[in-house]
Design a binder for this molecule. Sequence first.
Ligand SMILES: [Zn+2]
Length: 114
Amino acid sequence: MPFSTPNPRFVVFVFVLLILKVGLTSFLLMSRDAAFKRKVYPPLAIAGSVIYLLFGWAMGTDPRTLLLIAPFVAVSTYMGLRKVRFCDGCGSTIWSEERFSPPQYCSECGAKLE
Ligand SMILES: [Zn+2]
């Protein structure tokens, strides 16, 4: 069975999302500036979700379908934001192992997280 040529918009979509994801994750892991990460992470995570929906629109997804999935994307983004904390003690980015609660202590230095 021959493979069909993928939609160029889909290729751009996957490429942009990969670049954003790898770039953001690398930044969160390498930067030790907790205050700066605390400031820039929420807008970047929200921008990623908006880009996800915009690409859905650009791919020709029915706007009603996008309206249906938008609340799920919003909740997923909110949950993702709650699961990440930045340690003022060592600057590490700490992702919670718990599904619904943010991390309480830094797994790198043991400091209490705010
Ligand atoms: Zn720490």
